[in-house]
Write a protein that binds this ligand. Sequence first.
Ligand SMILES: [Zn+2]
Length: 116
Amino acid sequence: MKKDIIIAKQCGLQRAFFWYLVAVMAAGLLVVALSFILPDSWKEEVSCFGMSRHQVAVNVMIASIMVIVFGGVFIIGRRYDLKCPKCGRSIQGGFYSGLAITTGKCGHCGETIVEE
Ligand SMILES: [Zn+2]
């Protein structure tokens, strides 16, 4: 594995994670804003499970954010993950990527994984 690839993947991961956090915060703010915009008549109107239509709408929006949160982690993890060719464990995240870049070794098994 080349050092350049590990560095590029690490930079891509950080960039993707930044935009992921921006998207989650924007979605959260959108839910708060929409909960104020929803018509007041929805608060009295009982829809299902004894909840008002307003509560149902807010819960659906919160569930949508959960999909963004977990889906984003899954997609970013899949796209930017790097596995050690010797032990097969992830060398991305935590101190593992930094260790691989500086020492050329896997943080799990200690094998040399970076070729010059
Ligand atoms: Zn390893």
